[in-house]
Design a protein around this ligand. Structure first.
Ligand SMILES: [Zn+2]
Ligand SMILES: [Zn+2]
Length: 171
């Protein structure tokens, strides 16, 4: 993936979550996660491998990949996370306009990436899908859903995250 993505994403997630973000050397996508019949990668298997790589001082580990991800019951997923856990993974593949035969749109891609990464990280903070379309935790099955929902946590979702990240965090 392009060099700027990780740098930009790290800063964006750090600002959104008031967290210190460090990037790690790339981990190869586990060969066992590849499903030849679908030409896709099982995100659950990637998460499992990622858990072996969590640095000691890290509370969360977010993986981003160009690979197209799926789970057995869905034709694709934008990402997957451990609910209330440590690891989350997001695929860039279907966030790009090019995937839909359209001209590249860097700003739109960044906006989608921000939303999906916040969304998956939200799951690691224990959040489930939110009923509010204004909330980044709203379920998005398609890129149209991603574009239609809000870019931040709603008030109640934010409180859950901030109880674990903010200065008043529960210890
Ligand atoms: Zn979700
Ligand atoms: Zn919400």
């Amino acid at each position: 993936m392009e060099q700027w993505i990780l740098q930009w994403l790290g800063k964006e997630m750090g600002d959104c979550l008031a967290a210190t973000v460090k990037s790690m050397p790339a981990i190869p996508v586990p060969p066992g996660s590849y499903e030849a019949g679908r030409n896709q990668y099982y995100s659950t298997r990637i998460l499992k491998e990622m858990l072996k790589e969590v640095p000691e001082d890290a509370e969360k580990l977010l993986g981003v990949t160009d690979k197209d991800l799926c789970i057995p019951i869905l034709t694709y997923v934008f990402g997957e996370a451990q609910l209330g856990g440590t690891a989350a993974v997001v695929s860039l593949a279907r966030l790009r306009q090019e995937h839909y035969g359209l001209a590249p749109d860097r700003e739109l891609f960044k906006e989608r990436l921000r939303k999906e990464c916040l969304h998956e990280l939200g799951h690691t903070f224990g959040l489930i899908h939110c009923q509010s379309r204004e909330c980044v935790m709203y379920l998005s099955n398609t890129v149209v859903d991603v574009d239609g929902k809000g870019r931040n946590f709603c008030r109640s979702c934010r409180m859950v995250v901030e109880s674990q990240t903010g200065p008043g965090r529960a210890t």
